[in-house]
Design a binder for this molecule. Structure first.
Ligand code: SAM
Length: 278
């Protein structure tokens, strides 16, 4: 993928295309077109360290699909808060949830201006879907935003999604405090889905090596990216009960025959789980 001739015309106002953004790096992994040369450079570097990073991205979206379908179809959840929602792609949360229940309400939250610009155009396609700016490091700003608080009913079960976003919150930015605040609004019956970069340590030495290298690349080039331990990631669920099969590699979370994705090398580098408020 070299320079694209019409690239400058696609840059929305106020966006610096020379500074890479994780939303656009991830868009590149998924085969999207909303990325620039600087994003592709970081992505190509990541692919040298983890050649199956594209498969990891696809496995991530497949998990999201299964988790949202479970929440809507089996748990009967009718409202979702998708934090760090990313650029619109195939199988967005509202499409999955509203295929089960057309009245399901979705709020997408992200702090990337490109995501917000594209999101408003492509995701706010009906009056039960909203796109709101917000930073997960500042939960009050999101939870107390009238657009969110009046659209969602926190006294009823909510599907809260942190899919591949928490690992972009650094240790000194208080991810524990933020998660405690987000969990505090979850009524009984609510579900919390988390996907997180994982360093499995001695249990999988090759994956642990990839985690260290990938963390270096992301921090040098994007300024964020933490491959955390299982204990650290489990702590984000607080006192919620993990539903089966628990916190596992993406592909092992209730995988369906139609989304078998070969993600071998980095299998233990990204884990996923869903917790339920009893
Ligand atoms: N959740 C989507 C998915 O899994 O397909 C997108 C994941 S993408 C790797 C991470 C997203 O989180 C990006 O869109 C990025 O802009 C967003 N993000 C990163 N840090 C954030 C923050 N502090 N607050 C809100 N969004 C953030």
């Amino acid at each position: 993928m070299g320079n694209r001739p019409d690239e400058s015309r696609r840059v929305p106002p106020g966006i610096d295309p020379t500074t890479p953004s994780i939303a656009r790096v991830y868009d590149y992994f998924l085969g999207g077109k909303d990325n620039f040369e600087a994003d592709r450079k970081v992505a190509e570097e990541a692919l040298k360290i983890a050649p199956d990073a594209r498969e990891a991205g696809r496995a991530n979206r497949a998990f999201l699909r299964r988790a949202v379908r479970h929440m809507a179809a089996e748990a009967g959840i009718r409202q979702f808060l998708d934090l760090g929602s990313g650029l619109p792609t195939q199988g967005n949360v509202h499409e999955i949830a509203q295929a089960v229940a057309p009245d399901a309400r979705i709020v997408y939250v992200d702090n990337d201006p490109v995501v917000l610009a594209h999101g408003r155009a492509l995701l706010e396609t009906n009056d039960v879907t909203k796109v709101v700016p917000g930073d997960v490091r500042n939960p009050a700003e999101i939870l107390e935003n009238p657009e969110v608080a009046e659209f969602l009913d926190f006294s009823r079960p909510l599907g809260m999604l942190f899919v591949s976003v928490l690992h972009h919150v650094n240790d000194d930015e208080d991810p524990d405090g933020a998660m405690a605040r987000f969990r505090s609004v979850l009524a009984p019956g609510s579900h919390l889905a988390i996907v997180h970069f994982h360093n499995p340590g001695d249990e999988h030495p090759e994956a642990a090596r990839i985690a260290v290298e990938a963390e270096r690349n992301f921090n040098q080039n994007l300024g964020t990216g933490r491959w955390r331990t299982r204990t650290e990631i489990l702590s984000y669920f607080g006192d919620l009960e993990l539903i089966k099969p628990g916190l596992v590699p993406l592909a092992d979370w209730r995988s369906a025959p139609d989304d078998l994705i070969r993600q071998d090398l980095t299998r233990h580098n990204v884990v996923a789980g869903v917790g339920r408020r009893l």
